[in-house]
Design a protein around this ligand. Structure first.
Ligand SMILES: *Cc1c(COP(=O)(O)O)cnc(C)c1O
Length: 385
């Protein structure tokens, strides 16, 4: 089976992890700050906070932005559930904005229409999570302009987009957002096993997220209510979590980062090869906005169902039988039973649902060989007959 995504681990990756394993610190040692520094240098953001997953990063990002009961977070239905769940962790509510039919990202025009209505109803969102689906950045200029006009905060869920660029700037620079988060799950572009990162240019938000990552505990005398009792002293000044990244993970992350640009460049080569070889088939290949340089976490095709005899399910099953590990990113979040219980119903976000009826993620990862890719292409063309 050719999977849809997988990690690339080389000897250096193994060596650096083994080195940490035999060192004094398995966690809270020198590797986490090193990994964070690699990210501030790479992205240009002022602060990087490493955590144990992107889900944790989303949670502490929402809390730092003071999302709470009575507040709304808006995001795209076409994302992993974590982009929406983070609001519910904070006691806030979720609502969705339908996608742009070309990029499959949250549509800024739909966002504006919904904001105009929401202003009339007095229920504007506090936070909007812009998900860079497949690695292609959202229209951040439009979103940040609306953020200013309507007074909401912006989190970029860049789980798919590490190493990508928007208008020539590295994603994560936070020029158009308050916080950007990344995921280092093994199917993503670089991995730490599990892991995530939050980036921001605000020292206030960074300080809050650092506290939230570690139980709300500080060792900084300036943050304490009185002078330390002694050298052992720390204070819990808020309620946080154990969302720390280990040094094992951070060392792996630093090593993987050295190959990040190379990974993304190779993903672009794979994508170009798919584009060319699938061009003549009744499928829509991923359209790329000229402002974007995608991280290309995913390569999603859409079936032109009017032009083929098979159903979406039949094509999917054919590819599975041919040992091609296709996948579907994503089942629109509002169609999940947990969200339907909140009142969302099929038909709420027609463009997201249409996307769901046609989308298939083809294998896309650094170690995919040309021979394997040709196998995928061959299977896709047979599946559409
Ligand atoms: C993978 C992913 C997440 C969650 O990442 P974890 O590191 O597994 O918690 C969140 N949002 C999106 C869009 C993702 O793809």
């Amino acid at each position: 089976m050719i999977p849809y995504g997988r990690q690339d681990i080389n000897k250096q990756d193994v060596d650096v992890v083994v080195e940490v394993l035999t060192s004094d610190f398995l966690t809270q040692g020198p590797k986490v700050p090193l990994f964070e520094e690699a990210f501030t240098q790479y992205t240009g953001a002022s602060h990087a906070i490493a955590v144990n997953s992107a889900t944790s990063a989303l949670h502490i990002a929402c809390l730092a932005l003071e999302l709470g009961p009575g507040d709304y977070l808006w995001t795209s239905p076409v994302t992993f559930v974590a982009s929406a769940n983070c609001a519910l962790y904070c006691g806030a509510q979720v609502d969705f904005v339908d996608i742009d039919p070309r990029t499959y990202n949250l549509c800024p025009d739909a966002l504006e229409r919904k904001l105009i209505q929401a202003e009339k109803n007095g229920v504007l969102p506090k936070v909007v999570v812009a998900v860079h689906l497949c690695g292609q950045p959202c229209d951040m200029v439009a979103i940040s302009r609306l953020a200013e006009r309507y007074g909401f905060r912006v989190i970029e869920d860049a789980s798919h987009a590490v190493g990508g660029r928007y208008k020539g700037k590295i994603i994560g620079c936070c020029t158009y957002s308050d916080i950007t988060i990344f995921s280092f799950h093994p199917v993503k572009i670089i991995t730490t096993g599990e892991g995530g990162m939050a980036l921001t240019n605000s020292s206030e938000l960074a300080e809050k997220m650092i506290l939230l990552r570690c139980h709300g505990i500080t060792r900084d005398p300036d943050q304490m209510t009185h002078k330390p009792d002694g050298p052992w002293y720390y204070q819990q000044i808020g309620l946080g979590f154990n969302y720390r990244m280990t040094d094992l993970q951070a060392a792996l992350g630093v090593s993987q980062m050295q190959r990040l640009d190379y990974f993304v460049a190779h993903r672009h080569e794979i994508a170009m090869r798919y584009d060319q070889k699938l061009k003549a088939l009744p499928v829509i290949t991923p359209w790329q906005h000229p402002d974007s340089y995608s991280g290309y976490h995913l390569y999603v095709i859409r079936l032109q169902l009017g032009k083929i005899k098979k159903t979406h399910l039949e094509v999917f099953e054919y590819l599975k039988r041919a040992e091609i590990g296709v996948n579907l990113h994503y089942i629109p979040v509002h169609l999940q039973p947990f969200y339907q219980k909140m009142g969302f119903v099929p038909g709420d976000y027609p463009l997201s649902e249409e996307y769901y009826r046609e989308a298939i993620s083809l294998p896309m990862y650094h170690t995919l060989t040309e021979e394997q890719q040709d196998e995928v292409i061959q299977a896709v063309s047979e599946a559409l007959l």
